[in-house]
Design a protein around this ligand. Structure first.
Ligand SMILES: [Zn+2]
Ligand SMILES: [Zn+2]
Length: 237
């Protein structure tokens, strides 16, 4: 799958019950079950600041995030954050981003500290939920969503393909640059190819975080999945 001459991308259609179709956008979750999702209180450590506990899933005693995938996703965007710590073993990630402290737990809980107001909490929560979406475990196949996007799980993609024109989509230049980087990777020697793939992954994930609609964001995860597949192909050589 590449971007064709008219700038269209061909992607699989995914099962409706796949987490890639459903998404984990906090704004959607809040609409469905407000109190259970988001709990805001004053920060204990800093006056006037707020902290929030967010639940990305109702099944809180169940692993919801695949820790290895979580750490690898954060690694892709490491340079955007002031600080990142991720423990696969503990299933916990902590990051500092724009002055906020964010913790992510494998059971799907998220904590945001030092926020200014509720609107900021929602903004950060939405971006972070997109950032870690690829690591969330899909009910259909029991694998992280990135494996649904790359079709590696073998369960979630339908045989049908659709051609999508992302040009009108907000943030589409990130996606276009990402596809261009993937194409460059394909015609470069291995060492250069590797850095093009890093670039493609960075741009793909950036698009996933920036574009407003989750149906568009899915295209970024498909590109990310493709770049990861190309990367494991390179490593096998
Ligand atoms: Zn799935
Ligand atoms: Zn799947």
């Amino acid at each position: 799958m590449a971007m064709n001459a008219e700038g269209k991308v061909t992607v699989p259609r995914f099962r409706e019950d796949c987490l890639l179709s459903k998404g984990i956008d906090v704004k959607d979750l809040v609409e469905v079950r407000r109190e259970a999702v988001l709990y805001v209180q004053p920060c204990a450590s800093e006056r006037g600041k707020l902290m929030a506990d967010i639940e990305l899933t109702e099944k809180a005693d169940f692993p919801f995030i695949d820790p290895a995938t979580l750490c690898s996703l954060l690694e892709i965007h490491r340079r955007r954050f002031a600080e990142v710590k991720c423990s696969e073993k503990l299933g916990v990630a902590k990051l500092k981003w724009g002055g906020r402290e964010i913790s992510i737990f494998r059971n799907g809980k998220m904590k945001i500290q030092q926020a200014i107001d509720r609107a900021e909490i929602m903004r950060v929560a939405n971006s972070v939920s997109r950032l870690i979406w690829g690591a969330a475990i899909c009910d259909v196949c029991g694998q992280p969503v990135i494996n649904c996007a790359s079709e590696r799980c073998g369960r979630c993609a339908l045989p049908e393909r659709v051609a999508v024109d992302p040009s009108g989509v907000p943030g589409s230049e990130l996606l276009q640059q990402g596809y261009a980087a993937l194409a460059n990777a394909g015609r470069s020697p291995p060492a250069e190819s590797r850095s093009w793939l890093q670039r493609a992954k960075f741009l793909a994930l950036h698009f996933v975080m920036e574009t407003p609609r989750k149906d568009d964001a899915l295209l970024g995860l498909v590109l990310l999945g493709e770049a990861e597949r190309a990367e494991s192909g390179l490593m096998a050589k």
